[in-house]
Ligand binder design. Sequence first.
Ligand SMILES: NC(=O)c1ccc[n+]([C@@H]2O[C@H](COP(=O)([O-])OP(=O)(O)OC[C@H]3O[C@@H](n4cnc5c(N)ncnc54)[C@H](OP(=O)(O)O)[C@@H]3O)[C@@H](O)[C@H]2O)c1
Length: 343
Amino acid sequence: MGYKIAVVGATGNVGREILDILDERQFDADEVVALASRRSQGVDVSFGDKTLKCQALENFDFSDTDICLMSAGGSVSKEWSPKIAAQGCVVIDNSSAWRYDADVPLIVPEVNADAIEGFSKKNIIANPNCSTAQLVVALKPLHDAANIKRIVVSTYQSVSGGGKDAMDELFNQTRAVFVNDPIESDKFTKRIAFNVIPHIDTFMEDGYTKEEWKVLAETKKMLDPKIKVTCTAVRVPVFVGHAESVNIEFENEITADEARSILREAPGCLVVDKQEDGGYVTPYESAGEDATFISRIREDATVENGLNIWVVSDNLRKGAPLNAVQIAEVLVNRGLLKNRKAA
Ligand SMILES: NC(=O)c1ccc[n+]([C@@H]2O[C@H](COP(=O)([O-])OP(=O)(O)OC[C@H]3O[C@@H](n4cnc5c(N)ncnc54)[C@H](OP(=O)(O)O)[C@@H]3O)[C@@H](O)[C@H]2O)c1
């Protein structure tokens, strides 16, 4: 007998993709339920060749649901995840509400699958921020090989990271530029069409943004608290796919050739690094793909053991939905989840 899965936020960017990925990977589910806000009650969402009717989260009884894949934002998760978890259903949350809680494992299966064992303290497992997920997939094998001391990350993040309304804003502004209509900004603080904005999430007291802080805190939690991390997070007018320029300083010697062959063998990584025109991956080509692509691997001669790399991934795949489904697979494959209907 398969599991019963609930997808909360099923009408959103991440929720829709979760439904696709559950179907594509043929997750062992007998029943999949689509949930969203009351506004979406009765709305159709597709799940493989089926259509599911959305139900309202607030009316749903989780007492026989095994896993809740939650992607309805931080405040919904703060309120609902503990209530759902208290009904015995394991919550895998895509928001930042639980990531920094010491009793909640923060998991990227290629990086720290063993940390999942602690999930039963709260019955909640956190999925990292989209820019951190792809970053740690690329860094983990290099850290194992040569011990990372410090990283400097600059992100180039697509608008889909801000949800479906943010994608509409880029589309509408781009159209408005061409037809000479007034430009309206709502989701972004400045015009995003034909522009870049060095600001994602709220400003913190030290002048960094919350998005930049997340990359730092989550990399430390999953990879190694000793690594020094600094980040500049930038929104770019791209619909799907995040890119990152990463400067890495290691404790031990590592050449670009060594890094290339380590990353070629690493789980979740795909090296595309021909030093010629077009011999690298851009966000556009990463859309719809599961891999974290690594290109432009070069030695940084300005520090003792340094490398520069370019990391690209589909934020609507590894950035949340794929990673969340992979976490659910770890729970099942390690026998950590009881099937509640069969029990
Ligand atoms: N997009 C990314 O790349 C990405 C990556 C990592 C993590 N995340 C995180 O994933 C979450 C969802 O992001 P998204 O991009 O999918 O956002 P989105 O496209 O704006 O979708 C939000 C979803 O949440 C639902 N929702 C809102 N309020 C609700 C409520 N009170 N009760 C139940 N459902 C409610 C919405 O339902 P209605 O349609 O009914 O309003 C919709 O299905 C966020 O926490 C985000 O930070 C996103």
